[in-house]
Each structure stands twice: as structure tokens, then as C-alpha cells.
Design a protein around this ligand. Structure first.
Ligand SMILES: [Fe+2]
Ligand SMILES: [Fe+2]
Length: 169
């Protein structure tokens, strides 16, 4: 299930802001798919879209913190970027907790569903700031070469094994 990516009006290339926003929607959709699938006979199969969404969300945060944020203007965005990194830490901890319940053979789906709902609330609060405040700068302040590199990573790049977001180091 992939959200359509809007083209940048000034060029034929895909806007980075649109691509990252589309990934927000895809991640939400994966979590929501898990929550909606209450009649699934096999809990492990039910968890697949959720596990894919968690992996995508960790890689999304990696790309933001390591590849995109360092190229954004430090002055005006210093405080908003600090808030983004702090919230990534909160989201990351919830993902760790959720994956722990998922791996527990005795764990029941109620705990997972509650963790999903909490993550959706955190993501909503995070994305509603990140999309209007941070993302326009990705298109405006990254060079064409930098944007191309990030788009390539977004399409197929992997997060280094064991990477954790800055707030938790
Ligand atoms: Fe973010
Ligand atoms: Fe994001």
C-alpha cells in the first residue's frame, strides 16, 4: 500500500518533502492495518504489516537524523530540530517496548494494540510539526545532488545494524 508521491512543480523530480510525507502515511497505514485486523487467525501473520511499519519507521528516523537534518540551516531550525530528536527518542522507546511484547510468546494482543495506539498518537503530534516546519527546508536548502542522494536512500537504503536515535545514546 503506497501513497502517491506528488511531483515538485518546478522540476519533474519528486519532492523530498512529498516523499517523506508519503512515508509517514505508509507507516501509519501499516500500524492501522494491524489494529483493524482483529479477526486474523494467526497472530504472527497479523503482526507482519506492523513489523514492516516499525522497520520503516526506524529507518525513516535514521535518514532524518543522519542524512537530512545535518544539511538544514542550523540557526532558525535549532530548536525545532532539538524537539524532533527528543520526540524520535520517545517514539523509539515505544517501538522497543512494542517489539518486546510482540516477541513474548505469552504476550497478548491487547498490550500490542495499546502500544500501537500510543505510537500513533506520538506520530501524529510529531508529524504535524515536522511536515510544515522541517520538511519545506528539505526541498529549499538541500542541493540537487543532496536531494538525489536522499531520494535514492529513501528508495532502497538500509539503516546500519544496531543504529539508535540520538536521544537514546
Ligand atoms: Fe521525524
Ligand atoms: Fe518524519
Amino acid at each position: 500500500m503506497s501513497t502517491e508521491v506528488q511531483s515538485n512543480s518546478s522540476t519533474d523530480e519528486v519532492s523530498l518533502a512529498a516523499a517523506f510525507t508519503a512515508e509517514h502515511h505508509d507507516i501509519d497505514a501499516g500500524i492501522e492495518q494491524y489494529l483493524a485486523d482483529t479477526a486474523a487467525p494467526d497472530p504472527r501473520q497479523r503482526a507482519v504489516p506492523l513489523q514492516n511499519a516499525m522497520a520503516a519507521l526506524r529507518r525513516h528516523i535514521y535518514l532524518e537524523e543522519e542524512i537530512v537534518f545535518p544539511h538544514l540551516p542550523k540557526g532558525a531550525l535549532m530548536m525545532p530540530l532539538m524537539v524532533m530528536r527528543k520526540e524520535h527518542g520517545e517514539i523509539w522507546q515505544r517501538m522497543d517496548a512494542l517489539e518486546e511484547i510482540l516477541q513474548d510468546p505469552a504476550g497478548d494482543s491487547t498490550g500490542v494494540e495499546q502500544a500501537c495506539a500510543e505510537i500513533l498518537v506520538l506520530l501524529d503530534k510529531h508529524n504535524m510539526k515536522e511536515e510544515p516546519v522541517i520538511y519545506p527546508h528539505m526541498d529549499a536548502d538541500l542541493t540537487d545532488q543532496e536531494q538525489e542522494k536522499v531520494l535514492k536512500l529513501l528508495a532502497g537504503g538500509e539503516m546500519p545494524k544496531g543504529w539508535v536515535c540520538e536521544a537514546l545514546r
